[in-house]
Design a protein around this ligand. Structure first.
Ligand SMILES: [Zn+2]
Length: 222
């Protein structure tokens, strides 16, 4: 007998596995070969709520192309922080902008130190200075899963933002921290990392990503 759940374990990412488990919980048809889930468990309800609150908008959504104005007056920063954190963890990212999950607010969350697991949420961020030294690094984005691009950016930045308590933070960033901030900042401005490479490089990377996807589909059915 093929147990779908066991069969696919280890092939799907944690996120995909979570989705499969979610689908499993939804199963209410009492047909031979399908197991019956007679009612929504609390877990299923929790997962459903989590998915609803953390759904990434598709690449084509116009919200991603709109430069974001300052945060709304009376915005519940803590609530937005919680949603961003929940979504970033759900998709296992190192940074996420509010517009990526359909929220039109000038805010993002990111790891300020990945190793120490330090996270900051930036409201109304502004980059004031760019270091002249440029660095090329591989970059990915949760909105384009599987797409990796070599993007040139300043090694360091000076920036300001409001934190979750509304305090103004002025800071200088370098290395990965500066890289993530600049990546999310693009989202604030209605642009993204695909606009920072040539069309040729982008097309090549897209082909590579499509090939990798095909490969993983093949290994899944093998
Ligand atoms: Zn991104």
């Amino acid at each position: 007998m093929i147990d779908g759940k066991t069969h696919v374990r280890g092939i799907f990412s944690k996120t995909e596995q979570r989705r499969l488990n979610f689908m499993d919980e939804q199963m209410t048809v009492n047909t031979d070969g399908w197991h019956k889930q007679p009612h929504y468990t609390q877990l299923a309800l929790d997962v459903m709520k989590r998915i609803e609150n953390t759904q990434l908008v598709p690449v084509t959504d116009p919200i991603l192309k709109k430069p974001l104005e300052s945060c709304s007056i009376g915005l519940d920063r803590k609530e937005l922080h919680d949603r961003l954190l929940s979504a970033m963890e759900h998709y296992q990212g190192i940074g996420l902008s509010a517009n990526q999950i359909g929220i039109q607010e000038r805010a993002f969350i990111m790891y300020s130190d990945v190793k120490k697991k330090e996270i900051i949420t930036c409201f109304d961020p502004l980059i004031t200075e760019y270091h002249l030294d440029k660095i090329i690094m591989d970059e990915g984005c949760l909105t384009w899963p599987g797409l990796w691009l070599k993007v040139e950016r300043s090694e360091g930045i000076r920036c300001v933002y409001n934190d979750v308590d509304g305090e103004l933070v002025q800071v200088e960033m370098h290395g990965l921290e500066s890289r993530i901030f600049q990546h999310e900042y693009d989202h604030m401005e209605g642009t993204n990392f695909t606009q920072r490479v040539s069309r040729l490089k982008l097309n090549m990377a897209k082909r590579r990503a499509a090939k990798m996807k095909k490969k993983s589909m093949f290994s899944m059915s093998a």
